[in-house]
Write a protein that binds this ligand. Sequence first.
Ligand SMILES: Nc1nc2c(ncn2[C@@H]2O[C@H](COP(=O)(O)OP(=O)(O)OP(=O)(O)O)[C@@H](O)[C@H]2O)c(=O)[nH]1
Ligand SMILES: [Mg+2]
Length: 417
Amino acid sequence: MTVTETRTEAERVLLLSVDTNEYDNEASVEELKALVRTAGGETEGVIIQKLPAVNPASYVGSGKLAEAELFCHNQNIDLVVCDGTLTTTQQRYLKEALKTRVIDRTLLILDIFAAGAKTSEGKLQVELAQMKYFFANLTGLGEGYSRLGGGIGTRGPGESKLETDRRHFRRRIESLERQLEKLDKRRTLQRERRKKEGVVTCAIVGYTNAGKSTLLNRLTDAGVLAEDKLFATLDPTARALKLPDGRQVMLIDTVGFLSRLPHLLIEAFKSTLEEAVSADLLLLLCDACDPECEEKLETSRELLKELGAENKPVITVYNKCDLAPAAYLTVAERNTVAISAADGTGIPRLLEAVARNLPEQVCEINVILPYSETALAAWLHEHAKVRGEEYKEDGVHISAAVGRSALHRFIPFTVRE
Ligand SMILES: Nc1nc2c(ncn2[C@@H]2O[C@H](COP(=O)(O)OP(=O)(O)OP(=O)(O)O)[C@@H](O)[C@H]2O)c(=O)[nH]1
Ligand SMILES: [Mg+2]
């Protein structure tokens, strides 16, 4: 019997990192390795240099550069990934010195996003981020050119080609932004409609790979792709969930967070992220067996704050407890639940917490209350939001926003407008 190897060989990757002591370098490198794996590469080596600041020309210092060159040569490295944002100058310098392709953290993430975007909105968002990335680099290139300056023949066609490229990029960026704006408007309208109809929304947010999609699948029959990959989900999915008390919530799964997420990606995915943070309730999910769990929760909370969601009710959910059973016991704080989305443990407690934290659903009603029911009219004035009131022959015509729990009292008097 012969076995055919169908898997294309993974790209061999070397990671370069400069530790400037500004963030947790070790955790960041670990994350970069996971990103490389997700993108289909295999990390063969890591070279880290402690420096007060990155070298403006070559990113790392000359000694480390020589070490990296030797490593690339001996280990047949296909790609070098730097754990930061490279300037065009650095990128070009490294490429020449190391004789391999060189990319930075932002481009790597963009690549993963580009491979993963499924909906037209997701694709537009990724393209916008890519265009902005390349546009910024193009600008950098321009500076390089003009610094060369002077010499005959260094400007002319080079400059004008650059200008054409710039114009092309700018036009494309504007067009993408316009298209996204339209979609964003549609999304806002949809949100407003849901609100008017009294639909309560609950978003699953948190670090990438925490198990958000697995939880959505566990709670509903969404059938969303859940994988051991970073950024498996890029497009929001919403599904109805019925709580044990009969109430219904719209559950939303969305793109995951990452520390040092390039700002350009946050910007591009803003409307998707807003969809999540505009929910009535947030389930902040984390992987309980991840040693960086608490740090990742903190990163997520900071990002939520940046997105303007600091005042939302949040339930912190420690997931994957089947792998760390001790976590079931240690979690005792209010609005904190330990679960396993994979085997379903803890789900009833999670649903209880959701029910406890949901704002009461409000419904818009139009009623005609006969004059014999003045007590009900008085009740509406005291406990509901009366939007309009008219005294007519057949009774008081009232339109009001009423909490769902009191709705049954008004059903006999409801009229359609
Ligand atoms: N053991 C265990 N594995 C889990 C659990 N929940 C999720 N996983 C696994 O964790 C991996 C990531 O799950 P996803 O649901 O895709 O995670 P996500 O948060 O949606 O990730 P992104 O969409 O990539 O941001 C998958 O391999 C899941 O099978 C759990 O409770 N226990
Ligand atoms: Mg997902």
